[in-house]
Design a protein. Structure first.
Length: 288
């Protein structure tokens, strides 16, 4: 027992040392919302789940967690196991939304240069910048047509270019879209004849950036997949053991609860590291 406690204290100490290398960053606040909720709202928009708000997703996750807690507690009568699976079930909806948003960002990463090329072609053909953006609702990539069609409707209704750009940026909630929108905003406000040069430069930069990020993700892929398998395997084994309540009775003791707590801590640490690795290939939102 003393050896287990000593190992747990040592693990907590090593985790605190690791955590000290990641200084806390102030969360950005946009539109009066907390930074985490704003980031979750961006993920919902990128996952094309605009009918669900971030608050609804959080409430739904909590409800799912409590339902799984009650179900596992009914099956096993072991509070420690029920708590672990309740936390995982509560995190599952958020993780699924973020995974879907990440897949869509990767899908759209290759079409953004085409968007910039279409805008540049429209400007060279003599269209005004708002009209060049609005025509993407008809001639642009399929995945982005609804957003640019809504921009065209907003501009025809209000005639306020900057407000329509802000609405477009919120509708897309994509870091590459933020870069494009802010570039067009500056070009519109400053004026001049360098808009074509700016768009060509941005298009070439986006192509090079997409190529670099795809290579980085390919190199990271096997590491992340192996880490996911290593993290999930013990909990899958524990899940199969729950089919025989006598097999998990040992976890009803304090020693078993400490073993589960240590495993949960390692799992959370591994998940945090995987999120950090995944963010290496992501871009921050450009906030105005």
């Amino acid at each position: 027992m003393s050896g287990l406690l000593l190992g747990l204290v040592m693990g907590l100490g090593l985790f605190c040392i690791y955590w000290s290398f990641w200084p806390a960053e102030p969360e950005p606040v946009r539109g009066g919302r907390h930074g985490r909720l704003a980031r979750l709202a961006d993920d919902l928009a990128q996952a094309e789940l605009c009918s669900v708000t971030a608050t609804q997703l959080v409430i739904g996750s909590v409800v799912v967690g409590f339902l799984v807690l009650a179900l596992v507690l009914l099956l096993t009568s072991v509070p420690a196991i029920a708590a672990c699976f309740a936390v995982m079930a509560g995190m599952a909806p958020v993780v699924a939304v973020r995974a879907r948003a990440r897949r869509r960002r990767r899908l759209l990463r290759d079409v953004w240069p085409e968007v910039v090329d279409n805008v540049a072609s429209g400007v060279r053909a003599g269209l005004a910048l708002p009209e060049a953006l609005a025509q993407l609702g008809v001639r642009g990539p399929e995945a982005l047509r609804p957003a640019f069609a809504a921009f065209g409707d907003d501009y025809r209704l209000t005639g306020r270019f900057n407000d329509c750009l802000d609405a477009l940026k919120e509708r897309l909630s994509d870091p590459v879209a933020d870069r494009l929108v802010e570039s067009l905003r500056i070009a519109r406000e400053v004026g001049g004849t360098d808009l074509g040069t700016l768009l060509r430069t941005l298009s070439s930069f986006l192509r090079e950036d997409a190529r670099t990020r795809a290579e980085l993700e390919t190199r990271q892929g096997w590491t992340v997949n192996a880490a996911r398998l290593a993290v999930a395997s013990p909990w899958l084994v524990l899940g199969t053991m729950m089919l025989r309540p006598s097999s998990v009775a040992a976890y009803g003791t304090w020693t078993g609860a400490l073993v589960l707590a240590a495993g949960a801590g390692v799992t959370l640490l591994a998940y945090h590291l995987m999120v950090r690795i995944g963010r290496l290939s992501e871009e921050p939102r450009v906030l105005r």
